[in-house]
Design a protein around this ligand. Structure first.
Ligand code: ADP
Length: 541
């Protein structure tokens, strides 16, 4: 087999492969269908070329030359048609395309006559080279100097007027592919007209389906993995095919061609599956990117929401504090005695305003935590005195609850930790207040101790145990999360926000301490423990 026969075979295989790949991408798309027809014509031309080159029989060679000419008849017009579909509809293009199809129809009548191919004769190194008839001259001028030049003009014009970068890139690939392909293909013609140039450019024809297919399948098909698979399949198929053509008997030829066919089909399926895998991965990558963008947007929205809550609660705090203050003055008779009914109402106003102030305070704290604007003023703090102070403030509530309440510091201390007094007050107050709220009857015991840890540290441990509603195991992991409230919590205490423990946890973390809860389950009471480290600086002060 000479190198020209090999070039025909390679062009045929590349054209068939790309035709199948593009059409399998989307069978229903018109441009893909026309691309497929274009590669089909190219394959007919290329395989015909290959067969013509390897035969020594005159009439067989004439048959193949005629067949390859039919293939080549269609290539330019399919090319223009495809470019028009891909780049954009155009009236002038449509006229040229229709005219071209009509002319091909006419030319087809002459394919079998000497007007198309006069005869075959020895030309240069080729023993059976065709000599063009009159119709061939017309066909050649129209298709190659008419349609192709027109298509190239259309491509260049579209390239320069296109603003979309992706589309521009696509047109550029088509231009490169067609310049290489048609340029290479043109080297076949000089000999037809007795000009002594050999068709070495024929090898370049494979670039035509390659670049054009690439412009359609770009990014999806052309990553390292798919290219490696394609090259592998391509080479195995070529070797098998060449081997089949060298068969000495019919049986051998049939066998080897069958092996070639089976391997090609499986190779094609393999390329498809690799292609699918790549496509899937790319899809996941795009999804991940979209998700990231959505996440970013959500974070932004969340920040805006927090800022809004911060703003709104700031606005609420001042009037609420005024309401609470005046209600307190009225309640205590500072502004004169009130009739008993009015006194009760004022008391209610005071209670509600207090609850509201606490809720607003909780929201403000949460927004500070989320915006990272919570400020701490650390100083040496005696925990024993602090717990006593908080209990004193909560006394009226504790008394109202009629619970068995006691506070026992165990041991001698020292109880000094490095802490922000206001924040620590909030932590202790919140935990004791919760135990009182969530214990319908029984006890609430508060203890303070220094415990020896295995790592040698002796933190201050503050514990509040109660005989209240307890905590179900499934609630436990979410207990310190924002807005987390156990189902039973509403029954027991309607006014909760589910923010208290979230704030507690954040404050304790800022103090490098630990906070956790223990409970044997619902109805079994609970225990809340806070451990604060005693820094050496504090111990010596
Ligand atoms: P709130 O009390 O406003 O609902 P918290 O964040 O202080 O919010 O508490 C969150 C939830 O933890 C409560 O709704 C309740 O379900 C549970 N909880 C807190 N303390 C106790 C306790 N001592 N006993 C039982 N459940 C508790």
């Amino acid at each position: 087999m000479n190198i020209f026969a090999i070039s025909g075979l390679i062009n045929g295989i590349v054209a068939t492969t790309f035709g199948l790949l593009v059409i399998s991408k989307n069978l229903k798309e018109r441009s893909n269908q026309v691309y497929f027809l274009m590669t089909l014509s190219l394959a007919v031309w290329s395989f015909g070329y290959w067969q013509w080159q390897i035969t020594t029989d005159y009439s067989l060679a004439l048959f193949w030359v005629r067949l390859l000419s039919v293939g080549s008849l269609f290539i330019p017009v399919f090319f223009l048609h495809w470019c028009t579909l891909l780049i954009g509809k155009n009236k002038v293009n449509n006229v040229v395309i229709i005219l071209s199809y009509i002319l091909i129809g006419f030319t087809l009548f002459f394919v079998n006559s000497p007007l198309f191919i006069a005869h075959l004769e020895h030309e240069s190194i080729f023993p059976l080279w065709p000599i063009a008839g009159r119709v061939y001259d017309i066909y050649f001028s129209y298709q190659y100097f008419g349609v192709i030049v027109f298509a190239m003009y259309f491509l260049f014009r579209s390239y320069f007027s296109e603003h979309n970068l992706q589309k521009r890139g696509q047109i550029l690939y088509i231009i490169i592919g067609s310049l290489l392909g048609f340029g290479g293909g043109l080297t076949n013609f000089p000999l037809w007209f007795d000009i002594q140039i050999l068709p070495y450019g024929n090898f370049l024809v494979a670039a035509f389906p390659f670049f054009l297919g690439y412009s359609v399948l770009r990014y999806k098909l052309f990553n390292a993995k798919t290219i490696a698979t394609e090259i592998l399949v391509f080479f195995i198929s070529i070797i098998l095919l060449v081997d089949a053509t060298l068969s000495v008997s019919i049986i051998e030829a049939i066998l080897k061609t069958s092996v070639f066919a089976v391997v090609s089909i499986f190779g094609y399926l393999l390329i498809r599956s690799v292609y699918r895998e790549v496509a899937q991965r790319e899809k996941i990558e795009t999804l991940a990117k979209n998700l990231e963008a959505a996440n970013e947007r959500l974070r932004e929205l969340d920040k805006q929401k927090t800022e809004f809550i911060s703003f709104a609660t700031h606005q609420l705090r001042a009037p609420l504090t005024a309401i609470k203050g005046y209600a307190s003055l009225l309640d205590e008779g500072e502004l004169g005695r009130l009739p008993p009914e009015a006194g009760k109402a004022v008391n209610r106003i005071y209670e509600s305003a207090s609850t509201m102030v606490n809720v607003v305070e909780d929201y403000l704290n949460v927004s500070r935590i989320e915006l990272g604007t919570m400020k701490y003023n650390f100083q040496p703090l005696d925990m024993k005195t602090m717990v006593e102070e908080v209990i004193a403030e909560l006394r009226p509530n504790i008394a109202k609850s009629r619970l068995d309440f006691d506070y026992k510091p165990a041991g001698e201390g020292p109880w000094t930790v490095s802490a922000d007094p206001d924040k620590m007050k909030q932590v202790i107050g919140n935990i004791i207040d919760n135990s009182v709220k969530y214990t319908p009857k029984g006890f609430v015991h508060v203890t303070l101790e220094r415990v020896h840890e295995t790592d040698g540290s002796i933190p201050v441990k503050f514990t509040v145990s109660d005989s209240g509603i307890g905590i179900a195991p499934e609630v436990m992991p979410k207990l310190f999360q924002k807005f987390s409230r156990a189902e039973g919590a509403n029954k027991q205490n309607i006014h909760g926000t589910g923010l208290g423990l979230f704030i507690v946890k954040d404050i304790v973390n800022a103090h490098k301490g630990k906070v956790w809860a223990e409970s044997a389950g619902e109805g079994q009471g609970s225990k809340f423990i806070v451990e604060l480290p005693v820094t050496s600086y504090v111990q010596h002060s």
